[in-house]
Design a protein around this ligand. Structure first.
Ligand code: ADP
Length: 416
């Protein structure tokens, strides 16, 4: 293993993993910290669920992940957080970074959530989402991690003991050598955390090259894009053009959707409009104790084409159901039903399964007993096909807002 990644949430883990695969690293994602040894791969990504946890819990989980990854002899470690740096003054990015640095006995690291391909750029220490400062974007109203300051030097400084510094864009634009010199200068001044500007993929590559000797990087998924090239130049790894290849598994295909996001509503409608088989799950039927999952499985078994089973509804309908059943109960009934259907579909021969919704994906992964995923080709930014390690089963797990309107059929076409 060359690189050990600790990701603070599930879809974030898949995002960084697909970035590494794209550049030729054979990458495996594990869900939580496994009991056994690290799998055979160039990069291993541990998916935690720590983004909004209190700092103490996040530190504990991250250190456990680090310890497990260290047994795999990785040359570099990477703490992956969101490209919108989701955390408040009480947030855990700072404390987790400090704890990882101490465990790795290092006194310097970077902080760079930039992901220009998705509109996240960092200039003069300020994070932009598209054309807006982070603090003017929708992130200002985030229910869990409202971001009211776009100056990441300030945001991070509020979370750590030692000094935070900045590598200006002017320096980044001069390339890896200049960035490295600035690191040395900051380090000499007692700075331990360098926020690094980046507005393009070339900047991310230069940053990755300048970080080659750092035991720990902290970043969004963007910086990972430059790492495989750096490792290859060091002779640590030979990038594998077929790293994203997954075995052909045959069998049937299906789509399950429990996300009610705008993007997913569009994707479900697109499937229905195309005339492909689709079945709607009604939470009221579930609450009434009807055998909805059994009926859905019988219906699916009678179809000759890939099916879509969905609970996806428009906001007004979701609100009505939630008012009737309660938010949590409605969510749980639907998640349990879709998980039961996933289990039945796989028993009935489905080998390629697309799941829409972060929580829904979590429920499906759990019922299928999945602990390791090998990462394959990207379908849309941030969503790759994955193979359940050691099983002839492919999963595409899509968080709510990702994917183009034809995502479901596009995903299935990629793995015929
Ligand atoms: P996203 O990634 O879009 O946030 P999630 O799967 O994480 O999707 O969350 C969607 C939640 O909404 C899940 O708990 C799901 O069970 C629930 N849900 C799905 N359909 C309905 C519905 N028709 N009414 C109420 N809740 C629903």
């Amino acid at each position: 293993m060359i690189l050990g990644v600790i990701a603070d949430d599930f879809t974030g883990a898949t995002d960084v993993a697909s970035m590494l695969v794209r550049a030729g690293l054979r990458t495996v994602q594990v869900i939580g910290v496994p009991d056994g040894p690290a799998p055979e791969a160039d990069a291993v990504v541990v998916a935690l669920k720590s983004r909004t946890n209190p700092a103490q819990e996040a530190v504990r989980d991250s250190l456990a992940a680090l310890e497990w990854l260290q047994a795999g002899d990785a040359r570099q470690f990477y703490f992956k957080y969101c490209s919108t740096f989701d955390s408040t003054a009480e947030g855990n990015i700072g404390p987790v970074t400090e704890a990882l640095m101490q465990a790795l006995d290092t006194d310097f690291t970077i902080a760079c959530p930039a992901f220009p391909e998705n509109g996240r750029t960092l200039f003069r220490g300020h994070l932009f989402v598209g054309d807006q400062l982070l603090s003017d974007s929708g992130m200002r109203q985030h229910p869990l991690t409202p971001m009211t300051d776009a100056n990441l030097v300030n945001v991070l400084q509020a979370q750590v003991q030692d000094r935070v510094g900045l590598v200006h864009y002017d320096t980044v634009a001069q390339g890896a050598g200049a960035i490295g010199e600035r690191f040395a200068q900051l380090r000499g001044e007692g700075v331990r955390f360098a926020v690094v500007d980046a507005i393009s993929n070339d900047d991310l590559r230069a940053i990755a090259a300048a970080c080659v000797d750092l035991p720990l990087l902290t970043a969004g998924s963007g910086v990972a894009l430059g790492l495989p090239e750096v490792y290859a130049a060091q002779g640590w790894v030979t990038p594998d053009a077929s790293a994203a290849e997954l075995p052909s598994v045959g069998g049937c295909a299906a789509v399950l959707s429990g996300s009610c996001s705008q993007a997913t509503n569009g994707q479900v409608q697109h499937w229905i409009d195309a005339g492909w088989p689709a079945l709607r799950i009604d939470p009221r039927e579930l609450a009434a104790g009807r055998p909805v999952a059994e009926q859905a499985l019988a219906w699916a078994a009678a179809q000759s084409e890939p099916v879509l089973v969905y609970a996806t509804s428009r906001p007004a309908d979701v609100q009505a159901i939630q008012a009737e059943l309660g938010v949590e109960r409605a969510g749980q009934l639907v998640e349990q039903c879709l998980a039961q259907i996933a289990h039945g579909l796989v028993e009935n021969g489905v080998r390629r399964l697309v799941v829409a919704g972060g929580e829904t994906s979590g429920a499906v992964v759990q019922v299928l007993g999945v602990s390791q995923l090998r990462i394959g080709a990207t379908i849309d930014p941030g969503v790759p096909w994955t193979q359940v390690e050691g099983r002839p089963l492919l999963l595409a797990l899509k968080s709510g807002n990702f994917g183009t309107v034809d995502f479901f059929s596009k995903a299935l076409q990629q793995v015929p």
